[in-house]
Design a protein around this ligand. Structure first.
Ligand SMILES: [Fe+2]
Length: 383
């Protein structure tokens, strides 16, 4: 493995801590950015903390424009509309504030401004990244959930308007120049959102750790992320306080930094549940994680032992890890079966077909056939 040259990238500046978002106006001014486009989703747009951030900008004399036409699963039309506003009012920076959807839209708008082919000609899966050569506006991200980690990502997942097929825009230049990670913005998240997004973060760390490839730096970050989540997720859902909210935000960032190494079968099983049945991404991962990890156990015994240690388990076997995952889910109110989400046996063939071509499957430590995927979905549906 040492006779191949590999590149490791950890370039994002992260300002982390309660109150970090208050540094935004001074940062804009010091970088001579005078007219940012604030991209957020309709729910966040109405929340008091967003009003406070906008008020801070006004107080500091920063003029801004807002864009909140962001779908739950963002579509191309969102990007084109946001890009038109940016150009029309001559913005000079983009600030994505929200969960994964808002930050992905902010990133895709940043791509769109000076790369004017049809948006999906830039799809990474068809080699479109090679066409991304236009300058990317200054991009700033401010997460308001602890889950997707999109704030430190270099990809945007955007769906086609009609078919809802997910496309991936990916390029190193799409990284935010700076992240303001302020756990204070998550203090009012409801328990069900904290639970689902937190399990997404746990899935990122675990899948990154066991994914194919040699990346000890990502492995170390992922194990530490797993430990932080073991310490804090249940508390963040059941008894939130600044410490467990802060640990979850850090672990979410760490999961997304680590998954530059790759993700795996849990995400491949989860993505079709969102595409076909509109299941929330984090919830889909939360329900599927124990099933996907059970599939991966044989052949990765040593890595499961390390994850068990990170989870601080007495039983450091793979089954110990599975029991812990099921226990966390039970305590934070995540259903144990897909049938609880309205998934029916007749959905399984279509789900398995999509999972088989999912972009996360190639980095899973074990190959999986259509029949393997079908069998996992069937186990997850049965009562
Ligand atoms: Fe995810």
């Amino acid at each position: 493995m040492f006779d191949q040259v590999t590149q490791y990238n950890f370039p994002t500046v992260i300002r982390f801590g309660i109150g970090a978002s208050k540094e935004l106006p001074a940062y804009l001014k010091s970088n001579n950015l005078r007219k940012p486009l604030v991209v957020t989703d309709p729910m966040v747009y109405d929340l008091p903390f967003l009003k406070a951030i906008l008020k801070d900008l006004e107080t500091c004399g920063v003029s801004y424009e807002t864009f909140s036409h962001v779908d739950k699963n963002p579509v191309k039309a969102n990007i084109l509309a946001g890009g038109d506003i940016f150009s029309c009012v001559k913005c000079d920076a983009i600030i994505g504030i929200g969960g994964g959807a808002a930050m992905d839209v902010a990133r895709a708008i940043a791509l769109r401004i000076n790369n004017r082919r049809d948006l999906f000609e830039y799809d990474d899966l068809i080699g479109g990244d090679k066409f991304i050569d236009g300058e990317i506006p200054h991009l700033i991200t401010i997460p308001t959930t602890s889950g997707t980690g999109s704030e430190v990502g270099r990809a945007a997942i955007i769906s086609e308007n009609d078919s809802k097929r997910k496309r991936i825009l990916f390029h190193p230049t799409l990284l935010a120049k700076i992240v303001f990670a302020d756990p204070g913005l998550t203090f009012d998240l409801p328990p069900n959102v904290t639970a689902a997004t937190g399990m997404d973060a746990l899935t990122h760390n675990m899948e990154a750790y066991i994914s194919k490839g040699f990346h000890p730096m990502c492995d170390g970050i992922a194990l530490e992320g797993i430990g932080l989540i073991a310490d804090s997720l249940e508390g963040a859902v059941l008894n939130p306080n600044p410490e467990n909210r802060s640990k979850m935000m850090l672990a979410s960032l760490m999961g997304a930094v680590a998954f530059q190494k790759g993700l795996g079968i849990v995400h491949s099983l989860a993505h079709p549940l969102s595409t076909l049945l509109d299941v929330h991404h984090g919830l889909a991962n939360a329900v599927m994680i124990a099933y996907g990890m059970a599939y991966n156990m044989s052949g990765s015994e040593d890595k499961f032992k390390q994850m068990a240690r990170a989870l601080k388990l007495k039983d450091i076997s793979g089954n110990g890890v599975l029991d812990r995952l099921k226990g966390i889910n039970e305590r934070i109110g995540i259903p144990s079966k897909l049938s609880d989400l309205g998934v029916l046996p007749e959905h399984v063939d279509a789900l398995s077909e999509l999972a088989l071509t999912d972009f996360c499957l190639p980095s899973n430590p074990k190959d999986a056939s259509f029949d393997d995927l079908k069998s996992i979905y069937q186990k997850a549906i049965l009562k």
